[in-house]
Design a protein around this ligand. Structure first.
Ligand SMILES: Cc1cc2nc3c(=O)[nH]c(=O)nc-3n(C[C@H](O)[C@H](O)[C@H](O)COP(=O)(O)OP(=O)(O)OC[C@H]3O[C@@H](n4cnc5c(N)ncnc54)[C@H](O)[C@@H]3O)c2cc1C
Length: 383
C-alpha cells in the first residue's frame, strides 16, 4: 500500500492502465491509478476483445497472468463468418487449432487485471479534469470538484479517447470518421436465440455490403452483441434521441437503411432484444504522433493512438504498457525520464501504423464495394 505520494500516477483503469499497474506491481515500483468510474461494476464494459499473440498475449505472459487468461479465453470465439446482404458466404474461418486470437469479454479482462493489483492502488470516483506541472516542477492532477493531488514524477495518461493528459503533449484531437456503430443484443432467453446461435455460431458473424454492416458476436455468457454500422452524422443519436430510444427503432433502422437486404440477415436485428447504444468511431490523425517528449508525462493505449476499430486497440495498449514498464526497469527510477523517451521512440511508430491500419480496415468495410475489397484483402492475408 502506498504511504507517501507514489512516483507514478496512472490515469484510467482500462485495460492499458491496469496492465501498466500490474507490471509496476510485479516490479515493485510505486504507483497509483485514478479512475473516473465509481467502482469496477458502475459502468457496463461493452463487448468482447480478441487478444493476440505477440502483443496482448505477450503482455499478459510478462504480467504473470497468462494461465488465468487462458482459463477465461474463448478459443472457439475466433470463428469468423462473413456474408453479403443476400446471405451468400464470402468467408468462413473455423477456429480449429488456432490459438493466436482468442476472445475474452472486456469485463472479464478488466476484472482479471483488477484482481492482480492491491485494491488500495485504485482510486475509484476520481474523474481527472486536468494535469499540470506545479511550481516545484513535479506533476499535479486536478479532479472534478477542484481537488488536487501533487508531487508525482510521472503522469501516464491511459484515460482513453478523450484523455485529459494529451493536451500537455500535443494539440491533436480525435476526428469523427463519419461511421457510427449502433449496438444492441440478443439474450439467451430470446425466443429466436436458437436460430441466431445456429446462424452466427461461436464467434463473429459479419454481413457487409453497400458501405454498411451488421455484426453479431457471441459473448462469454452465450448472449450475442449486435452492431449495425452506418455512415451517420456525428450527433445523429442525440438529434434522433426520441426515435433512438423507441421500441420501434430496430424496425425503423432496417426499413430505412436495409430495405433491400435479405430478411435472413436483417432479422438478426429485428429480433434483437436489448437497448440501443450509439458508438461513433473516432480516431487521432496519424501525424499527431510526432510529438516531442515532454518530461513528467506520457500517454499509452487509446489516449496515445486512438484508432478506428481494427481488433488491435487493446493489444496495442497492453503492449505499450509492457514496453513502458520494461524501459522503467531497464533505466531505473533514477532515470525515469530517459525510460519514457525510450518507450515513446518505440510506441510512436507503432501507434501510427495502428491508426493507419484502422483507417484502412474501416474504409474497406464501409466502401460501396466492400465485398470485393474484403475478398482481395482476405486473399492477401491467406484467409
Ligand atoms: C466499436 C468498437 C469495437 C472495438 N472492438 C475491439 C476489438 O475487437 N479488439 C480490440 O482490441 N479493441 C477493440 N476496440 C478498441 C478497444 O476497446 C480500445 O482500444 C481499448 O479499450 C483501449 O484501452 P485503454 O485502456 O487504452 O482505454 P479505455 O478502454 O478507453 O480505458 C480508459 C479508462 O480511463 C477512464 N477514464 C476516461 N476518462 C477519464 C478521466 N477524465 N478521469 C479518470 N479516468 C478516466 C475510463 O473510465 C476507462 O476506464 C473497439 C473499439 C470500438 C469503438
Amino acid at each position: 500500500m502506498p504511504t507517501a505520494t507514489p512516483a507514478i500516477a496512472i490515469l484510467g483503469a482500462g485495460p492499458s492502465g491496469l496492465m501498466l499497474a500490474r507490471l509496476l506491481e510485479v516490479k515493485q515500483i510505486d504507483y497509483v491509478v485514478f479512475e473516473r468510474d465509481d467502482s469496477a461494476t458502475a459502468v457496463g464494459q461493452g463487448g468482447t476483445l480478441d487478444i493476440h499473440t505477440g502483443s496482448g498475449q505477450t503482455a499478459l505472459q510478462k504480467a504473470g497472468l497468462f494461465d488465468k487468461f487462458k482459463a477465461s479465453a474463448r478459443y472457439d470465439g475466433q470463428a469468423f463468418k462473413v456474408v453479403d446482404k443476400d446471405g451468400n458466404e464470402v468467408l468462413n474461418m473455423t477456429p480449429d487449432g488456432r490459438e493466436d486470437r482468442p476472445e475474452i469479454d472486456r469485463k472479464e479482462l478488466r476484472q482479471l487485471l483488477l484482481d492482480s493489483v492491491p485494491a488500495g492502488r485504485i482510486r475509484w470516483g476520481h474523474r481527472v479534469e486536468s494535469v499540470y506541472r506545479d511550481e516545484s516542477g513535479s506533476m499535479a492532477v486536478r479532479f472534478d470538484g477542484g481537488r488536487v493531488e501533487e508531487g508525482f514524477r510521472l503522469v501516464v495518461g491511459a484515460d482513453g479517447a478523450w484523455s485529459k493528459a494529451r493536451s500537455l503533449i500535443t494539440p491533436a484531437k480525435p476526428q469523427y470518421s463519419g461511421i457510427s456503430y449502433l449496438q444492441t443484443s440478443i439474450q439467451t432467453c430470446n425466443p429466436n436465440y436458437f436460430r441466431v446461435s445456429r446462424q452466427c455460431g461461436t464467434g463473429m458473424y459479419m454481413v457487409i455490403s453497400d458501405a454498411k454492416s451488421i455484426i453479431v458476436q457471441r459473448m462469454g455468457n452465450g448472449s450475442y452483441n449486435v452492431y449495425v454500422s452506418l455512415h451517420l452524422p456525428e450527433n445523429w443519436a442525440r438529434q434522433e434521441a426520441q426515435l433512438f430510444k423507441s421500441p420501434d427503432f430496430r424496425t425503423h433502422v432496417m426499413t430505412q437503411y436495409f430495405a433491400d437486404w435479405s430478411t435472413h440477415v436483417t432479422d438478426l436485428v429485428r429480433h434483437s432484444d436489448g437497448e440501443f447504444h450509439s458508438w461513433p468511431l473516432w480516431s487521432l490523425p496519424p501525424d499527431s504522433l510526432s510529438w516531442e517528449h515532454v518530461p513528467g508525462i506520457t500517454l499509452l493505449g487509446d489516449a496515445a493512438h486512438l484508432a478506428l476499430s481494427n481488433g488491435e486497440g487493446v493489444n496495442c495498449g497492453m503492449y505499450d504498457s509492457l514496453q513502458l514498464a520494461e524501459e522503467i526497469e531497464t533505466c531505473g527510477m533514477a532515470n525515469l525520464d530517459e525510460a519514457v523517451k525510450r518507450y515513446e521512440e518505440k510506441m510512436l511508430p507503432r501507434g501510427v501504423e495502428h491508426i493507419e491500419d484502422g483507417n484502412q480496415m474501416q474504409g474497406m468495410f464501409h466502401a460501396q464495394d466492400s465485398v470485393v475489397q474484403f475478398k482481395v484483402w482476405a486473399q492477401s492475408m491467406g484467409a
